[in-house]
Design a binder for this molecule. Structure first.
Ligand code: DGJ
Length: 743
């Protein structure tokens, strides 16, 4: 790892593992993108900016400055001065003029990496000297009195480059930011594909690949959260790139609110990637002396397809983003009562579940929605965070003590950011809800969103949660958020500042969770948003795990978890076994398959254990044992995708390999049985080719009994290049897990 300035060539070279990121200064003032890819180590690479190609030379031929700007590979493009592609920055002056031209002025190379105030930020790693380095480039628009600082960080143990930017108003008049994106990157790419993640409620983060085409292709959110529908991620890849081969360039946004991620193919066949806060509905007033900090973008290059890209993201997030003490700890196996009871529960029902759960080895009971105010359906009481003693006679402490006495830990659900119109809070403080005066706000799930741009609301919300946590020994919080924003107005922010509400709201959420972490450092926090609507790197900074989706069907989960694991370590994916028929799709899958699929995440149960058959309860005992055996490997290992049901419509397969390659775990799910078929050959990945591995079956479906594979020993090379013959299985939705141990 390193950052160097090549003075003679006017180049900055950031080296991260086998990757380098090169920035050039053209004509002494324009910051240009030279290269992001495999290490070249050639100081003459600045020609890639094409500044010497006539007529695109700005200084020698002023008439052609416009052509120059529209072709120049910018590191941070600005609006209105000749670059007609989409830009990062657009600023309006107090006089109402738009346009901004940034000139490079100087640089700093820093040891380590500074934090971003109030925002999640990738960090270097525990006090390690030499763990990371940062480059800052200062640029100015003298007419506006605006300073822009571009920041780039690299780390000793990662090939990712982390970018952000900050704006400083050095003038004496306010500036109006109409567009303030975090990063852009221009690359030559005449043919390629764009990869994004798309979905909906219960169908989050499905991978979508399409050809790059002339013009703009983008995903975005202006829902106030990152959202079920789009994900703050994009990657461009060579046409032939796949899991293990081909070049991929990816960007992922460390932010939890409105975003835009765009790929724009220009008239010259270059592609511009842009990422940042969505300009729609955004305007920020930057007063003299004020600073605006933009959230970070993680840039990843892989020359070995999506698989390597995933592993770079996973390692970066585990090593440099998640701060929770649970990161490297075994998470408790929990049972959550949502799908078991919905709102219909009381202390006795919860204790019944807890007693049975304890017998089977489950470690924590989580009480979901419905324990407070007068909430018996989803139409009231949000904001009134007082225990409903009709349901929990004797109060919360009484329940928690009894659960603890059984030997289980206790967790609780909150939806702190919301208020129901039917609540004491709304009746007393209707102005605390986000709304536009004179307009009846749109309800969604019969609730409104609280105005977290208001410090007193943040304080109220914090105290509501903290008071409950102080009142009993609570080990876990599920922090939910079940609606998107409409009627985006604040009774607190003045006329000029309404465009700041979306971003200020997100800053409020971050402040709340930061305070929670400080006061309750041992709390295990799981974020959630109507399933997985706010599963993003921003939230990972505060919670080590996020509920992936309300869809707990084992088959639906395959595509959801594949898309999520494209970017996120398995240890972050909230995944539970639920009852069948599944509450969303009505599908019936074997209990074992549900267990195997949930084992790829944090693992737990989402069902009424008291209603299960003895056979199913015995399977829970079995799954609990497996979880204890495999959790460290799943949590810390390298993830490999072997096959995708989303692509082949028949089966799914993934693998986790220990960092030292001493152990691996493969999970295979046969979604649909095929007639007249032989054994399936699966090639493993990531093993030591020279080592010998013994196969240990750890969960086999009944049809395969008698064809046991346990005990076989094979070379890693055989398993990876020759492949494993998996005997034919009968029946749909069957699964098997195989452990490989180096002998
Ligand atoms: C949405 C979550 O995703 C569910 O798991 C559950 O907690 C409900 N909200 C409760 O309202």
């Amino acid at each position: 790892m390193g950052i160097e300035y090549l003075e003679r060539e006017g180049l900055f070279r950031l080296a991260a593992g086998n990757v380098e990121y090169v920035i050039g200064i053209a004509d002494g003032k324009y910051v240009g993108h030279v290269y992001f890819g495999k290490r070249m180590g050639d100081n003459r690479c600045g020609c890639l900016m094409r500044t010497e190609e006539a007529p695109f030379v700005p200084s020698k031929n002023l008439r052609e400055k416009c052509s120059f700007a529209d072709m120049f590979p910018a590191e941070y493009s600005s609006w209105g001065v000749g670059d007609y592609r989409d830009s990062c920055l657009n600023v309006r002056s107090e006089e109402g003029f738009r346009g901004c031209e940034l000139h490079y002025e100087g640089y700093r190379i820093l040891e380590g990496k500074p934090k971003l105030p109030g925002l999640p930020s990738v960090f270097c790693g525990e006090g390690e000297a030499g763990a990371g380095m940062t480059l800052e480039l200062d640029c100015r628009d003298k007419v506006l009195g605006l300073k822009v600082v571009l920041r780039y960080s690299v780390f000793a143990d990662s090939e990712a480059v982390v970018r952000s930017a900050r704006l400083v108003n050095e003038g004496d008049k306010p500036l109006y930011l109409e567009r303030a994106l975090s990063a852009c990157m221009d690359m030559d790419m005449e043919e390629g594909d764009l990869l994004t993640l798309a979905g909906s409620w219960a169908r989050e983060r499905h991978m979508v690949r399409r050809p790059l085409a002339f013009g703009k292709q983008m995903v975005s959110s202006f829902r106030g959260e990152s959202g079920h529908q789009d994900h703050p991620f994009l990657a461009v890849m060579e046409r032939g790139a796949g899991q293990d081969q081909g070049e991929v360039w990816a960007m992922h946004f460390v932010y939890s609110g409105n975003f835009v991620a765009e790929a724009q193919v220009s008239q010259f066949g270059s592609v511009r990637l842009l990422m940042g806060i969505n300009p729609e509905g955004f305007e920020w007033v930057l007063k003299p002396g004020e600073v605006f900090v933009m959230p970070e973008v993680v840039c990843v290059y892989s020359d070995e397809g999506l698989g390597k890209m995933s592993r770079i993201f996973h390692d970066l997030y585990r090593g440099h983003l998640i701060r929770s003490p649970y990161l490297h700890r075994k998470r408790p196996i929990l049972i959550n009562n949502w799908e078991a009871t919905y709102f219909d529960f009381d202390t006795e029902k919860l204790l019944e579940i807890a007693r049975e759960a304890k017998k089977r080895g489950i470690e924590m009971l989580v009480m979901d929605d419905g324990w407070f105010g007068d909430r018996n359906i989803d139409e009231g009481s949000l904001g009134d965070w007082e225990v409903n003693e009709k349901k929990l006679p004797g109060g919360l402490l009484h329940l928690v003590e009894q659960v603890k006495a059984l030997g289980l830990d206790f967790g609780i659900w909150f939806e702190p950011e919301m208020v129901s119109p039917d609540s004491k809070l709304y009746r007393t403080r209707p102005d605390w809800a986000i709304h536009i005066p004179g307009r009846e706000p749109v309800q969604s799930r019969a609730q409104y969103v609280l105005d977290l741009s208001r410090p007193e609301v943040v304080d109220y919300v914090y105290e509501s949660v903290a008071r409950i946590l102080r009142s009993a020994p609570i080990s876990y919080v599920k922090w939910d958020m079940n609606r998107q924003m409409t009627d985006v107005g604040s009774a607190f922010l003045g006329r000029e500042h309404q465009g700041e509400l979306f971003h200020r709201y997100v800053l409020g959420v971050y402040e709340l969770q930061e305070r929670l972490m400080k006061e309750f450092p041992e709390l295990l926090l799981e974020n959630c948003a109507s399933g997985g609507a706010r599963f993003d790197p921003g939230m990972l900074y505060y919670s080590p795990q996020i509920w992936c989706s309300d869809d707990t069907d084992a088959v639906e989960r395959l595509a959801i978890q594949e898309g999520t694991a494209l970017l996120y370590p398995l240890s972050t994916m909230g995944a539970h076994v639920s009852a069948c028929p599944n509450h969303i799709v009505g599908r019936v899958t074997p209990f074992q398959t549900r267990g195997h699929v949930a084992m790829a995440g944090t693992f737990g149960y989402e069902l009424d254990i008291t209603k299960l058959s003895e056979e199913e309860k015995l399977q829970i005992e079995e799954q609990v044992k497996m979880y204890h055996r495999f959790q460290p490997l799943v949590r810390e290992g390298d993830y490999y995708r072997i096959a995708s049901w989303r692509e082949n419509h028949r089966y799914d397969c993934w693998q986790v390999v220990a960092k030292d390659k001493g152990e691996a775990l493969m999970t295979y799910v046969q979604v649909l049985a095929e007639p007249n078929w032989h054994s399936r050959r699966l090639r493993l990945k990531g093993l030591d080719p020279e080592a010998e591995y013994r196969l240990e079956e750890v969960g086999t479906c009944q049809e395969m009994a008698g064809k046991a594979m346990a005990g076989q020993v094979h070379k890693g090379a055989f398993l990876m290049y020759g492949g494993l013959l998996l005997p034919r299985m009968e029946g749909d939705f069957r699964s098997i897990m195989i452990r490989f141990v180096r002998v």
